[in-house]
Design a protein around this ligand. Structure first.
Ligand code: ZN
Length: 376
């Protein structure tokens, strides 16, 4: 009994010990505030590689900019933990003779929230500030049928009053634009930021590597910490990486919807809330035995988890890994997030720590001998 009580206290102390350090929190802020538009992720990837380098044996990148840190690169059995590095953005598509800039989507960027937003256009000569203008409430025509923001009626105003003036700033067709809003803290452990989807994942997998190194853990397999590009336009970076690494097991992390805010139907989207732990998905691409193992780890480590289902595909890089090569047992561990694809994506600090902890404990439980066969 006494022993048990003591064990319980030790466990409790272990749980309450914070994972995120001052240093890692500073990295998180820099990483989130640094733009990383789909197809142009490399400045963010460089930041991420600089952070992760001390915690891994080696790193590599691929032609499109996915970045990987590796522990035990010689080991034949390979485990991947993965997140995606890219953020949704806009492409400059057409510059009018008056200097206004029409855009095209680069990933599922939300047109509804665009009016009044400040953006950074990543031009040839550096950052050019601009805004998404919108007709004033006084001048809009249509009464009840007010115009709604659509890609074809939104335009950026950077101050240039002719095409020539815009181009002289270094803005050309094909320049990308990202929203300006950045990282901030709210009360009760909530954080907001642009594109926590999914750079929080990049942060969390890096923290797993840090903890493994700092705690002196030896792994019986090669661990590939993968920060893949181009998820937002079709899971493409992961596809390339899955073929390159040919892993035996893949653990994917991404964001999922907190469904407790207005205008979301729980009957369709399921029940998930920030602060209640990582969400585990059931779906054909998710390997049931691997998912069972993760659930056991969560129970043993007393990490709260939430459950959800996906129809057909997961819509995350899990699909790319699961269906690559000859089939790779894959699992999806998601962090709940409010207001996805807006500039005020919101998540809870406890969920960040619990997601890191769940990935970390899962990695320490897995071995090359773990039986993931459905048939024996
Ligand atoms: Zn997304």
């Amino acid at each position: 009994m006494a022993k048990k009580t003591k064990e319980k206290i030790v466990k409790k102390e272990k749980r309450s010990r914070k994972i995120i350090t001052d240093n890692s929190y500073q990295f998180l802020k820099n990483y989130i505030n640094n733009p990383s538009p789909t197809g142009f992720e490399y400045p963010g990837q460089k930041l991420w590689l600089d952070y992760i380098r001390p915690f891994v044996d080696t790193t590599f990148t691929d032609p499109y900019g996915s970045a990987v840190g590796v522990i035990n690169p010689e080991a034949p059995f390979k485990v991947v933990i993965e997140a995606h590095a890219d953020e949704i953005s806009w492409f400059v598509n057409y510059i009018t003779p008056e200097g206004l800039i029409y855009v095209k989507r680069n990933g599922g960027v939300d047109h509804i929230i665009a009016p009044g937003m400040r953006v950074q256009i990543h031009g040839k000569k550096g950052i050019v500030k601009a805004v998404f203008g919108w007709p004033a409430i006084h001048t809009r025509i249509g009464g009840e049928k007010e115009p709604t923001p659509k890609v074809e009626n939104l335009c950026l105003d950077c101050g240039g009053r002719s095409k020539k003036e815009v181009e002289e700033l270094g803005v050309t067709i094909g320049s990308v634009a990202t929203y300006q809003e950045g990282f901030d803290e709210l009360a009760y452990g909530y954080l907001i930021g642009r594109a926590f989807d999914n750079r929080i994942g990049g942060f969390m997998i890096a923290e797993v590597a840090r903890l493994l190194r700092e705690n002196g853990k030896k792994l019986p397999f090669g661990l590939y910490i993968v920060n893949a590009v181009q998820e937002e336009i079709g899971l493409r970076g992961a596809e390339m990486m899955a073929r390159r690494i040919k892993p035996n097991v893949a653990i994917i992390t991404d964001v999922t919807h907190d469904t407790t805010t207005p205008m979301i139907n729980k009957a369709i989207e399921g029940d998930c809330a920030c602060g209640k732990g990582p969400s585990l998905a059931f779906g054909p691409a998710v390997h049931n035995k691997l998912l069972g193992l993760v659930q056991d780890v969560a129970a043993k480590s007393e990490i709260p988890v939430q459950l959800r289902t996906v129809s057909r595909s997961t819509g995350t890089d899990t699909d790319s890994f699961a269906y690559a090569n000859d089939g790779c047992p894959s699992v999806l561990i998601s962090i709940p997030l409010r207001y996805m694809h807006t500039t005020v994506e919101m998540l809870h600090r406890d969920d960040i720590e619990n997601t890191i902890r769940l990935m970390y404990d899962t990695i320490l439980t897995l071995t090359p001998k773990t039986n993931l066969s459905y048939f024996d």
